[in-house]
Design a protein around this ligand. Structure first.
Ligand SMILES: NC(=O)c1ccc[n+]([C@@H]2O[C@H](COP(=O)([O-])OP(=O)(O)OC[C@H]3O[C@@H](n4cnc5c(N)ncnc54)[C@H](O)[C@@H]3O)[C@@H](O)[C@H]2O)c1
Length: 306
């Protein structure tokens, strides 16, 4: 299959490129390297350094004619989206439309879209939150991701381009940078490995659903080989507090650190956790890697990089 991965130099996108290359597909990557790294890009993939908003992406579609587009490029900084919602919308809405319009012209049949459970559902959902809870995003980033989901529905109904929307929980693993939605794993691990003292924001009682990147790649790969068009949560259904995460990482890194608390981050969500029953039933996906195992692998990666 001819597959285009946007954001293929980034944390999750680069792991997806690796998987598709290893499965023998013809893979191309569009990435502007704003947060991605050139060294993450698989050498077997054709790389185009471009912004998804640029009209230049037309020539990529013309040349590569991707049957499948995995759309992972995004402005994904929640605070930046609040500070500059226009920039967020330009990348996450206009950039996505630019891809979809080119896909339509050059034969794309299917899109896998990286959406977000954490930012789309808002604060009030039941825990773990199922897909049918009405989204109430409280950030421009959540709004722009949800808008992307609506556009995909339009392209399916109107032009027959099928899609799977994957609403990720907090993804962590090798190649992650210390920013982004699950940046806390990268921040804590790297500081502990350097014997620096990390600071826990607020009480540390806030919870997240941490899903390992390899499990996420499995969900993307499985979604690519079906005809299903739907929205699925990709999370573990297990809540972990920042305090628990801190203790686990301290044990795994062997770092000599104490639990030190700083001021709470303004507007930070208290709890977030996704129900994955729907994708388990429809696509037989469920997470395989435990938090301890995933963190051990992640710490090993950072240890080697240091
Ligand atoms: N990491 C998580 O926990 C998480 C959770 C929910 C959803 N997501 C979504 O998954 C996707 C990948 O996230 P990630 O954690 O790998 O982040 P990342 O920052 O590592 O990857 C994003 C990639 O997109 C590229 N990019 C950004 N803007 C671009 C533009 N305008 N044109 C071309 N390339 C551009 C960046 O250079 C980077 O390589 C994003 O869409 C994000 O919203 C991530």
């Amino acid at each position: 299959m001819r597959i285009l991965v946007t954001g293929g130099a980034g944390f999750i996108g680069s792991h997806i490129v690796d998987r598709f290359v290893s499965e023998g597909h013809t893979v191309s990557v569009i990435d502007n390297l704003s947060t991605g790294r050139i060294e993450n890009i698989n050498r077997e993939a054709e790389f185009y350094k471009m912004d998804i908003v640029s009209p230049r992406i037309e020539r990529v579609f013309k040349k590569e004619r991707p049957e499948l587009v995995c759309h992972f490029a995004a402005q994904m900084d929640v605070r930046k989206s609040v500070a500059d919602p226009v920039y967020d919308a330009q990348t996450n809405i206009i950039g996505m439309l630019n891809l979809l319009e080119n896909g339509l012209r050059f034969g794309t049949r299917r899109v896998i879209f990286a959406s977000t459970g954490g930012a789309v559902y808002g604060e009030d959902g039941p825990i773990p939150t199922p897909e049918n809870f009405p989204p109430k995003p409280v950030s421009p980033y959540g709004v722009s991701k949800l808008t992307g989901e609506h556009y995909l529905f339009f392209y399916k109904v109107t032009y027959g381009i099928s899609h799977v929307v994957l609403r990720f929980a907090n993804v962590y693993g090798p190649r992650q940078d210390p920013f982004g939605e699950a940046g806390v794993v990268a921040i804590f691990s790297q500081k502990m490995l350097r014997n620096e003292q990390p600071v826990i924001n607020g009480t540390g009682m806030q919870t997240r659903d941490y899903v390992y990147v390899e499990d996420v790649v499995d969900a993307v790969s499985t979604s690519s080989y079906t005809d299903v068009s739907d929205i699925f949560n990709v999370g573990t259904g297990i809540e972990t507090s920042v305090n628990e995460l801190f203790r686990l990482l301290a044990e795994i890194t062997g770092g000599h650190v104490r639990e030190i608390y700083g001021p709470a981050k303004k507007g930070e969500q208290a709890r977030s956790c996704l129900n994955h029953d729907k994708i388990k039933k429809a696509l037989e996906w469920e997470p395989k890697i435990s938090l301890r195992e995933g963190l051990t692998r992640t710490v090993a990666f950072f240890r080697e990089r240091l």
